[in-house]
Design a protein around this ligand. Structure first.
Ligand SMILES: [Mg+2]
Length: 392
């Protein structure tokens, strides 16, 4: 069996592209992975995959670890970021092929399953209804009553936890994600009284609707420096968050935030490979490690999770993508002993279910493990082609 073809495929998922990798073998097997990037260079990923393809085409796809390290050597001087996303995507698609060739789910290749189901949380809760209600056919988040109603909906639909962002409901709801808005002073990342007051109202409304037992997570992303992260952490302490999520590229600064608040801290979604995570673990920077299996690839994600386990830490896979990524992330959870919870986006484009051949089985806040060979879901290319990206 040899790798014959590697393709990078895009579709327009409303406010970002979803990006997939398709690898075909000479005997007709097809492996899929998702490599979505909406933070830098979605077009660049295709070019990287093309640049790496000569090291993969003609190889036996089942030697996934060997191919991973071949690609690592090729790109060692440009580590992380979109390079790692491309390598991780190639590795994940090869794993799909290998498992399909053997007729087993991917987790069987790694001694799994370690569990039968995985607790999931409703991510970008309210965020999507504030920034993309039109393309998701959801109700605009127009008021704090709508936030409370959404909290009730989360519970009614069986979920036990949700994650939201810096969302301000209104006639024109706002989500100042990552300072993308630009302009003078936006890299200062200072926190304002209004932002803290708005977050207090947001969490009060979610708590009122969802009740005391609902797990509340607030993700601050990269919006603030340490001073701002700390101010918000202290303001959020009365809400007894499941965790406060903070992106930060300095392990010591993050450790300072963690030690200065009673809230658990989750971080790591933008950190790559076990080398990247090691200084965070050594500095005791986080209570929960957010690991992205789409961006790291399965092998590195498992190494990160294994290292986290030695630091008495659980992993919460970062997963805000299509259903295929949810399947891949579930497989990771099924091969490790230290899972906190899995991220899933519930509000999304109306054709999300049609894009794949199987959808995650989620009930009572738990996703059942897929049992079909490979990841358990393939991309439906007919549906993918109905949503071209970039738009013509
Ligand atoms: Mg996050």
């Amino acid at each position: 069996m040899k790798v014959k073809k590697i393709e990078t495929l895009y579709c327009d998922a409303g406010w970002r592209p979803w990006i997939f990798l398709k690898i075909t073998t000479d005997d007709g097997l097809v492996g899929w992975s998702e490599i979505t990037d909406s933070h830098g260079s979605p077009r660049g990923l295709k070019g990287i995959v093309e640049d790496l393809s000569p090291a993969v085409i003609g190889q036996d796809p089942r030697a996934t670890e060997r191919i991973y390290w071949d690609l690592y050597r090729h790109t060692r001087q440009s580590p992380g970021s979109v390079i790692q996303k491309a390598i991780g995507g190639i590795e994940n698609a090869l794993l799909d092929i290998k498992a399909k060739a053997l007729g087993v789910p991917v987790y069987e290749l790694f001694g799994g399953p370690t569990r039968d189901s995985i607790r999931v949380y409703w991510s970008h809760c309210g965020t999507t209804r504030a920034r993309a209600w039109q393309v998701t056919n959801t109700k605009k988040l127009a008021s704090y009553d709508d936030v409370a109603e959404l909290g009730r909906e989360v519970i009614q639909r069986g979920f036990t936890a949700l994650k939201t962002n810096i969302v301000t409901p209104g006639d024109k709801p706002t989500v100042p994600m990552q300072g993308f808005q630009g302009g003078s002073g936006t890299t200062d990342q200072n926190v304002s009284f209004e932002t803290i007051a708005s977050l207090e109202r947001l969490m009060t409304a979610f708590r009122a609707g969802g009740g005391d037992s609902l797990g509340l997570i607030l993700d601050l992303n990269f919006n603030f420096k340490t001073e701002g992260n700390l101010s918000i952490a202290r303001a959020m302490e009365p809400f007894k968050l499941m965790w406060l999520e903070v992106d930060c590229f300095d392990p010591a600064a993050l450790a300072h935030v963690r030690r200065s608040t009673t809230l658990p801290i989750c971080s790591g979604e933008n950190v790559y490979t076990n080398r990247g995570f090691r200084p965070y673990f050594e500095a005791q920077s986080m209570d929960v490690a957010s690991v992205d299996v789409i961006w790291n690839g399965f092998s590195q994600s498992r190494k990160i999770a294994d290292m986290a386990e030695t630091y008495e830490l659980n992993v919460a896979p970062h997963n805000y993508y299509s259903h295929l990524a949810t399947f891949i992330s579930a497989h990771l959870c099924a091969t490790i002993p230290n899972v906190r919870i899995l991220e899933v986006d519930i509000d999304d484009v109306p054709w999300k279910d049609e894009l794949v051949t199987a959808v995650p089985a989620i009930a009572r806040g738990e996703m059942s493990l897929p049992t079909a060979p490979g990841w358990g879901a393939d991309v439906n290319e007919t549906v993918l082609k109905q949503h071209p990206w970039p738009k013509a």
